[in-house]
Design a protein around this ligand. Sequence first.
Ligand SMILES: Nc1nc2c(c(=O)[nH]1)N[C@H]1C(S)=C(S)[C@@H](COP(=O)(O)O)O[C@H]1N2
Ligand SMILES: [Mo]
Length: 315
Amino acid sequence: MLIKRPGDIKPSEITPQGIYARRRELIKSAGLLAVAGVAGIGTGPATAQTGAKLPAIRKSSLSTTEKPNSFKDITSYNNYYEFGTDKSDPAENARALKVRPWSVVVEGEVKKPRAFGIEDLLKFSLEERIYRMRCVEAWSMVIPWVGFEFNQIAKQVEPTSKAKFVEFVTAYQTDTMNGVRMPILNWPYTEGLRIDEAMHPLTILSVGLYDQMLPNQSGAPVRLVVPWKYGFKSGKSIVRIRFVEKQPKTAWESAAPQEYGFYSNVNPDVDHPRWSQKTEKRLPSFFANRKTEMFNGYADQVASLYAGMDLKKLY
Ligand SMILES: Nc1nc2c(c(=O)[nH]1)N[C@H]1C(S)=C(S)[C@@H](COP(=O)(O)O)O[C@H]1N2
Ligand SMILES: [Mo]
């Protein structure tokens, strides 16, 4: 194959535009269109649960009162690079994702490691959490997730005193994900949180959107949601959760360490090396005329987690 190994790519090539240009180039030069075509199939029983109606869901006092984006906005403009790097790619290509059977293995520094089938996860008491979500690319949306607090999982597996961080590993399906043939990231996509961030009541595992099971492009059947951090911290289609002692390396840190830190808290005072983070466009508006707020507006709830830390260094 003509594809470079991830280590051969300069971080400067990993701009949204750079990825796009590279991909066009690769498709042309390697004839990958045929390979990419596998993502068109996949509407069999394996995906039957996606989109199914959820029962009446409790409302949460932790929801924003801002007006949510439409279901269509939320599911037609996505980042899910395993299915392509254009915002419209996941809606099209993630149809192939196999979401049943599904289980999430929870292991590492815990007293009771176990796997949770998706059926087990759906038994947690689900509530609606309407959150502002802010992408590092300076766009934002308001999204009515349905899910449960991550700390509910922790309660069941009982982390040991050595558990200082949590690593999240997402699905790697070489037969359904056309994007993983591109050396954009070290697949599978991984993310991490410090244990107190993971245990914070705002951190949820989401299984639904509005009154439906999560659409595939949104991270079916289960994804993380961390509303005070840039969107990439919210890993989609999670298969493994590890409680660990040392700070895990995340996929974006490995790809471009000078651009993406471990914490990645939304912060208008720390620009991305190549663009400002002071403002954002609230989709579907086209204009970046909205002021970005510290911790994406969740400072009252989470600022204390970072007391004494230099957030310009630890971005
Ligand atoms: N597995 C995986 N998870 C991912 C991504 C991805 O490419 N792969 N993109 C991230 C980014 S950059 C953002 S902004 C959010 C987007 O979530 P949404 O499309 O549901 O709004 O998902 C995050 N989770
Ligand atoms: Mo993002």
